[in-house]
Design a binder for this molecule. Structure first.
Ligand SMILES: *[C@@H]1O[C@H](CO)[C@@H](O)[C@H](O)[C@H]1NC(C)=O
Ligand SMILES: *[C@@H]1O[C@H](CO)[C@@H](O)[C@H](O)[C@H]1NC(C)=O
Ligand SMILES: *[C@@H]1O[C@H](CO)[C@@H](O)[C@H](O)[C@H]1NC(C)=O
Ligand SMILES: *[C@@H]1O[C@H](CO)[C@@H](O)[C@H](O)[C@H]1NC(C)=O
Length: 233
């Protein structure tokens, strides 16, 4: 009996790993479904998101407009959460590819700036009048108040010079937009490490670090199971 129990440790670990991988794959899909069904109904053709969606030949799914492509999961390009009785917006993970968001007619109290961190393509937002545009006015080309809504139009690039060595980022790094009010620095080619100060080396720790760590963990688990097996034998 003991032997049998011991034998299955390795199989269990493998099963858990397989399960985790497939779970991660389906996770993005469920996140999308959550965002798109935050409230009932679908955007009407006459609404800003509805218009945007038919112009971009998108596909409506719940409150979302999805890019009509063969990628899985499909990208959300429009999100209409107008009149959804939302008091706060926690997270819109899975919608970071969105270009147009309508949050009008909601009793929203405040929105954290980090909600839209990483929303690089976000270019048009409709908010209740008292909510400031994420990142503030300076993060947008144009901010208007119209018919009780605040419109945030044209996300500004927070990098001084797009795709070039920038004043915002450390030397030897490139700056890229990363959502309203945010930018991202990545090391230029041949540079790496903290503040991109190291040059030329092959990035061994980044590539092999996680691999080495998981190998150590798996080896240890195997060692433990083998040791236990040996003891019972
Ligand atoms: C908002 O939703 C409520 C109930 O769901 C509906 O009665 C009302 O007409 C909607 N308002 C607008 C402007 O669509
Ligand atoms: C929203 O406002 C409430 C009270 O006004 C505050 O306690 C809370 O921290 C705010 N949340 C965010 C994300 O700013
Ligand atoms: C942002 O822009 C709006 C609309 O132009 C204006 O009403 C508001 O005062 C501005 N806010 C700040 C902090 O400049
Ligand atoms: C770039 O940044 C520098 C220093 O912060 C500033 O003086 C300059 O005006 C900026 N250029 C642009 C185009 O924003």
């Amino acid at each position: 009996m003991k032997m049998k129990a011991v034998c299955c440790w390795t199989e269990t670990i493998v099963l858990i790993l397989i399960f985790k991988i497939s779970f991660n794959a389906s996770f993005q899909l469920t996140e999308r479904q959550q965002v798109c069904s935050l409230c009932g109904g679908t955007p009407l053709n006459s609404t800003p998101v509805g218009k945007f969606c038919s112009l971009s030949a998108g596909r409506i799914d719940g409150r979302c407009c999805l890019r009509n492509n063969t990628r899985d999961p499909e990208d959300i390009i429009g999100l209409d959460l107008s009149n959804c009785s939302l008091t706060h917006i926690d997270e819109l993970h899975g919608a970071s590819t969105v270009s147009v968001i309508d949050l009008s007619l909601n009793p929203i109290v405040n929105i954290s700036d980090t909600t839209f961190q990483g929303f690089r393509d976000l270019n048009y937002m409709i908010l209740p009048q008292d909510i400031v545009c994420p990142g503030g006015n300076t993060s947008w080309e144009k901010v208007e108040v119209e018919e009780g809504n605040r419109l945030c139009e044209g996300q500004k690039n927070m990098c001084n010079q797009t795709g070039e060595l920038s004043m915002n980022c450390p030397e030897n790094s490139l700056c890229a937009p990363y959502g309203p009010g945010f930018y991202e620095c990545s090391c230029a080619e041949n540079y790496r490490g903290y503040k991109c100060l190291r040059e030329g080396d092959f990035p061994v720790p980044q590539v092999f670090g996680p691999l080495a760590a998981s190998t150590v963990v798996i080896s240890f688990l195997l060692w433990v199971t083998q040791r236990r097996k040996a003891k019972y034998l």
